[in-house]
Ligand binder design. Structure first.
Ligand SMILES: [Zn+2]
Length: 284
């Protein structure tokens, strides 16, 4: 029986995103990011302060590129007892990589984080949930690199990512433990509510019910947020239509909802709860 939720933050800059409209324009956005000089560290401070006021800990999946640009912010998270896990080196899609490319990419990211924090990360989350049938070597590569758990599975198929029949419960793949994002099973369907745009779009009641259901089923409820989502006024990417809508909708609801979930239950990092999750695998 799980007694705490798993609070996770994908630590990346405001311009890190993978939309169809952005393909092939990465260089342009790096330039844009330099030009706008948005102080993303403030949002990391806000995360630290907010969680500290509830005694909550989190897992921070840090992008290697972010760690290089903002080492002080990553070290501040670590000092406050938040787990520093790995979100890859750059925000590139893993299903576009070959197995050898991914091996190098992972090695670079683990190296960058380990060098900064003095501790190699044990957890991984793919940029934009970009793993699945197209990356059959993914779990083997994580295991080979010393990663102990993965949280890259989004168990609903969306236009941008996800696995339609993904597991709703943590499970073992080789030595690796895979912990999927929490969704709400309802009338034969799966409703997303706990991550990024879905957390922003979901009414509070759906978030409350979804988290309570997971807890009642003995599953660790997991919430996924990004630093940029804590500030509704962060700079905008030049995207239009529905991609712009999902990326920027209801940003002003993130902080109030974060306070709501922090009041609902205890929240911890994945590494602090990994033994408990591993022990419960047969009981889910
Ligand atoms: Zn990301």
């Amino acid at each position: 029986m799980s007694s705490a939720g798993l609070l996770t933050l994908d630590v990346e800059d405001w311009h890190h995103a993978n939309f169809h409209q952005l393909e092939g324009r990465e260089g342009e956005f790096r330039g844009l990011a330099d030009e706008k000089r948005y102080p993303i560290e403030r949002n990391i401070d806000l995360w630290i302060e907010t969680l500290a006021s509830y005694g909550a800990k989190s897992t921070c999946f840090v992008l290697g590129e972010f760690a290089k640009n903002h080492p002080a912010a990553v070290l501040a998270l670590q000092r406050q007892g938040h787990e520093i896990a790995c979100h890859g080196m750059t925000h590139d899609l893993i299903y576009r990589m070959t197995q050898p490319q991914f091996r190098e990419y992972l090695k670079a990211a683990i190296g960058a984080l380990g060098e900064l924090t003095g501790r190699p990360p044990i957890g991984f989350r793919a940029p934009s949930w970009s793993v699945g049938a197209r990356t059959p070597w993914f779990c083997d590569e994580l295991e080979r690199a010393g990663i102990r758990y993965d949280s890259s599975e989004f168990p609903i198929k969306t236009p941008l990512y996800g696995v339609a029949d993904g597991s709703l419960k943590p499970y073992r793949s080789g030595k690796l433990i895979r912990i999927p994002v929490t969704v709400l099973p309802f009338a034969g369907a799966r409703i997303p509510f706990s991550s990024g745009c879905f957390f922003r779009l979901a009414p509070k009641v759906l978030i409350r019910v979804g988290l309570k259901r997971a807890l009642a089923a003995g599953l660790p409820p997991m919430v996924v947020l990004h630093p940029r989502e804590l500030d509704p006024d962060h700079p905008r990417l030049p995207i239009r239509g529905w991609e712009s809508w999902v990326h920027y909708a209801r940003l002003d609801t993130t902080l109030p909802k974060l306070h709501m979930v922090l009041k609902m239950m205890n929240w911890d990092s994945i590494s602090n709860r990994l033994g408990q999750i591993e022990h419960s695998l047969g009981n889910f």
